[in-house]
Design a binder for this molecule. Sequence first.
Ligand SMILES: NC(=O)c1ccc[n+]([C@@H]2O[C@H](COP(=O)([O-])OP(=O)(O)OC[C@H]3O[C@@H](n4cnc5c(N)ncnc54)[C@H](O)[C@@H]3O)[C@@H](O)[C@H]2O)c1
Length: 509
Amino acid sequence: MLSTHVAVRAPRARAHATRGRVHARVPAARRPRAVVTRASDATDDEIEFLEKALKLAKSRKGASGGGASASAGAGSYNGASFNVKTFNAISPVGLGKFPPGKYAVSGDDGALPGDPMAIMLRSHKLQVSEVGPTVRGIVRCGAGTNNIPTKEMSERGIPVFNTPGANANAVKELVVCSLLLASRGILEGNRHVNEVINVEENGDYAKISSRIEKDKAMFGGMEIEGKTLGVIGLGAIGSRVVNAALGLGMKVVGYDPVLSLEAAWRLPGDKMSRADDLDELFEKSDYITIHVPYIKGVTHHLIDARALSKCKPGVHLLNFARGEIIDGSAVRAAYDSGKLTGKYVSDFSDPDLMGHPRHIVLPHLGASTEEAEENSAAMAAETMMDFLETGTIRNSVNFPTTILPPHKNSSGARLCIVNKNEAGALGEITTFLGTQGCNILQQINTSRDGIAYTVIDLEKIPADPAALQDALAKTCPMVVSSRFIGSVFNDELGSPGTYFWVRDATGSA
Ligand SMILES: NC(=O)c1ccc[n+]([C@@H]2O[C@H](COP(=O)([O-])OP(=O)(O)OC[C@H]3O[C@@H](n4cnc5c(N)ncnc54)[C@H](O)[C@@H]3O)[C@@H](O)[C@H]2O)c1
C-alpha cells in the first residue's frame, strides 16, 4: 500500500546533478524498520502476504480508471509523482492506466512537476540530447525501436522497452485480407469499375450494370482453401496468421529456427508442418507471408533472386514485416522474365516495383487500428509502471528479462543495480553490501550483451541509503546506476525521484 507519510523531494529542487551524477535524496532521517513478519508461523505469513497482495491489487485496480494528468485526483497517495514525458499523442486508454496523482504524464516538460523519470513515445525519433540524466527507462508503444538510440541508452544503463504482440491481431487481419487481395481480382476489379466502366459508359447505369456482369470474366481468381501458406517467423503475428489460415482451410508450413518457447506454445502443434529450412518452405508454398524482424545481414533480402528461383512461379508474396526483407529488384526481374506470376502485397513500398500491376502496395497500415494503438499504449504503461515500481524488466530490447517476485518477509528495501557485464561485478556488489551489514534476503542477476542487471531485496532499509549508493559506486566501478525502491508493499524508498544514482558519461563516480 502506498505510504502517506513519505518525505518526498521537492520536485526539481532536490533532484540535482553533481559532477554528472543525479542523486536525489529524501531529506528526512530514516530509521531501519524491523521485519515484522513472523518467520515461525508459515500459515500466518502466507495469509499476511496474500492480504497485502490483495490490498495492493485493489488499490491499483481502483486507481487505474482515472486520468493521467499531473497531480490530478491524488486519491490516497500523497507523495510526489513519477514523471513521465510523452512524445506523440498516446492513446487515452494507455494514459488512463497511470494512477492519477502517483503519476504525472505530459508531453510538455514544463507541465511536469519534476524531471522526467520515464519517456513514452510512438514514432518520435528520439535524440540522445532529449534523454535527461533523471530518465530511468524509455518505452515505445509499438514493436520496432529503431527511432530510439538504443545503443547509447544501453551505455547509460537505460532500458528501452517495446510492446511486442500488442498490434499482432491488427497485422494478422490485414494479412488475411491480403491473402484475398492476392487470390482474387478485388482491387483490380474495383479499379476497373470506377476508372474504366463508369468513365466509358458515361454514367449510364443500365450499361454500367450490364458491363459489370460482362467484364467479371477479366478478374477471375482462385480460392485459398486447400492452398499452402508458408509462414516465415512464428512469433506474435506469425502464430496468429497460422491459426487464421488453418481456420480458412489452408495448409500451413512454418519456418522459425529461433522460435521462443512462449511462441511455440501458441502454435497449433501437428495441425501445421514445420520446414527444416527455407528452401523447403519456398518449394511447398502457394503463398508466403513474412513475420520476422528486420536484422541487417540476417533477414536483409531474405527473399532474393535465389529464393525466388526455388518458389513456385505463381507464388504470392505477402510482406507486412519490413520492406528491406524482400529484394524488390529481384522480384521485378522475376516479373519481367515471366518466372514469377503471383502478386506481391505489402504495406511497405519498393522503388523497383512502384506502379507494377502485380504489386499491391498499401500505406503502412499493419498496426493502424484503434485497438492496436490502445493495446500498445496500455501495455507500454503497464511495462513502465512495473519497472519504475518493482524494478521488473520485461519486453526490453536491450536489457535482460528480470523478474524478482516480492519476498514474503519483505519490508526492507529493494536495490536495483545496472552494471557492466564483466567478471567479478556481482561478487564485488554483494561483498560490499555484506561489509555494510546489509543482509540480502533474495537477489536476481541477469545479463544481456554488455549489460548486467541485479535486483536485491535487503532485509532492512539502510540507515543512509544515499551514502550507501555513493560508497557502492566508489567501491564497484562497474556500477552504472543504482536505484532504491521500497519493498513492494511499502514504497517509501520508491518515492519517485529518491535514491537514484547514475554515473556520468565519463565514468566518474
Ligand atoms: N506492418 C506493420 O505495420 C507491422 C506491425 C507490427 C510489426 N511489424 C513487423 O513484424 C515483425 C514481426 O512482429 P512480431 O510481433 O510477430 O514479432 P515477434 O518477435 O513476436 O516474432 C518474430 C519471430 O521471428 C522469428 N525469427 C527471427 N529471425 C528469424 C529468421 N531469420 N528466420 C525465421 N524466423 C525468424 C523469431 O524467432 C520470432 O518468433 C516485426 O519485427 C516488425 O518488423 C510490422
